[in-house]
Ligand binder design. Structure first.
Ligand code: HEC
Length: 154
């Protein structure tokens, strides 16, 4: 009887862990093989984008860019950020990764799930409504909330 209880408890724990994992978005392992934007250098220290960044778009997102920012469900876009060094032609250390994934939920953020990650690829727990959507709504409400365009990918 005692062992049955232990087995049941373990099963419940596994269930709880799995549900929590599904709720937080994981960073796709293969994203560096997606279509990559030009290298973008922002030298203005007052900008949130101060540093160097690259945008990656998966197959669906590439089609979305090609149709002038109309993205289908499942599209994923990732940005990798690096520190800027005294020689701006060399990337500094990676400091952050962000992702947008289009889905059928997340109406409060334009149908996109926004997730922030540390340089190690672990979710940083940033609140997407508080910390992400504002700029995307302001700058790209008419572009499916995606600020970059096909011009950023040559
Ligand atoms: C201060 C305004 C601002 C905030 C806050 C912000 N972004 Fe952005 N984001 C931008 C701008 C501007 C770009 C376009 C960069 C470019 O074109 O090189 C961008 C680009 C992106 C992209 C590439 C697709 C696109 O829209 O061009 C993703 C993915 C992204 N941001 C995710 C996030 C996530 C996740 C958060 C919250 C953790 C966030 N952003 C917070 C301004 C912001």
């Amino acid at each position: 009887m005692k062992s049955l209880f232990v087995i049941l408890s373990v099963m419940i724990c596994i269930l709880i862990v799995n549900t929590t994992e599904a709720a937080t978005q994981a960073l796709p392992k293969d994203y560096t093989s997606w279509k990559k934007s030009d290298r973008k250098v922002v030298a203005d220290k007052n900008s949130l984008f101060y540093g160097i960044h690259y945008i990656y778009a998966d197959k669906k997102a590439q089609n979305g860019y090609k149709s002038d920012n109309k993205f289908s469900v499942g599209s994923r876009i990732i940005v990798e950020f690096f520190n800027i060094k005294s020689d701006p032609s060399v990337d500094g250390t990676k400091n952050m990764i962000v992702m947008m994934q289009k889905d059928r939920h997340h109406g409060e953020t334009g149908g996109w799930q926004f997730t922030g990650f540390g340089a190690d690829g672990k979710p940083s727990g940033i609140d997407p409504v508080e910390n992400c959507f504002g700029c995307h709504l302001k700058e790209a409400a008419d572009k499916d909330f995606v600020i970059s365009t096909k011009k950023d990918f040559r």
